[in-house]
Design a protein around this ligand. Sequence first.
Ligand code: NAI
Ligand code: PYR
Length: 325
Amino acid sequence: MYIEIGDRVSRVALIGTGFVGSSYAFALMNQGIVNELIMIDLNEDKAKGDVIDLNHGKAFTNNPTHIRFGTYNDCKNADLVVICAGANQKPGETRLDLVDKNLKIFKEIVEHVMASGFDGIFLVATNPVDILTYATWRYCGLPKERVIGSGTILDTARFRFSLGEYFNIAPSNVHAYIIGEHGDSELPVYSSAYIGSLPIMTFIERYDKYKKEDLDNIFINVRDAAYQIIKSKGATYYGIAMGLARITKAIFSNENSILTVSAHLDGQYGEDHVYIGVPAVLNRNGIREIIELKLNKDEQQLFQNSVNVLKSYLSPYFHEVKPRN
Ligand SMILES: NC(=O)C1=CN([C@@H]2O[C@H](COP(=O)(O)OP(=O)(O)OC[C@H]3O[C@@H](n4cnc5c(N)ncnc54)[C@H](O)[C@@H]3O)[C@@H](O)[C@H]2O)C=CC1
Ligand SMILES: CC(=O)C(=O)O
């Protein structure tokens, strides 16, 4: 028996219950966002162990989340398939270095999911996330609105947290985006960054204690945060797990919330044939629309560079993708 959340039952199939997948499951369990969570992994023992462990926490919550072990056949009735399976970065590796390994895994995973009769929404977290989201879209044949990558949701959260610390303002009152590749070519959009309703650049102009070079250093630390965390403890997972839970909530609660996810560009920002991190409106149908920020000249150039980086990694595998010279 399910208590309905939003306007209908919400069922998630999670593929990959490693650091990221199991942390996402923990976040879902704590937040009570979904009715049913089915955990699937190549390593069945790991998935089964997580199910038992998470269910032992059930007595501490009042939420309706039913968690169980499953197989690809269970994707048939899922509303959302979340993929966190695949290799993660070793110290010194970039996300793009994982492309070959994880593309192979994805072809197999997406084919298994589609063979079940799945007809819902895909959410991809595995890196390089923009490339793998494009691949998922190509392999599954579902409409682009129903294939979403976590994109720069985590980078944007890191940015808002760090700007909040710098200005001593709650991160929820910092309105600023990181867009582009979830990776080394991403960019901050200062031209439409606000603290409350005041442009961030006004703080820099108005108060001597705030400096543009401090903002630049904040961005560099955000961009390189994953390298620092991986060097310290081998992997990053809590931040992205909460980001995935946030996307899940926006979908199942039919929120029409704006989040920076990896979305397919079809002329927006003057680009196409690419999945990349941009602000987009999310609801029960997936991506309702992409928000086109008004970028200044420098930001436009950085964004185009990021698109080109992604296209140069996509084009050997997907011949319709052509990087600009
Ligand atoms: N998008 C983002 O912001 C972030 C993405 N990531 C990415 O998430 C991915 C997962 O990272 P971790 O959880 O740390 O790795 P992990 O090694 O802890 O877990 C990966 C899981 O995938 C499973 N797996 C591998 N091949 C599979 C297959 N064919 N079918 C089903 N399951 C399979 C493994 O058994 C393992 O349980 C990595 O690519 C990592 O880079 C990590 C942090 C943030
Ligand atoms: C690993 C990764 O993509 C991140 O923490 O940003």
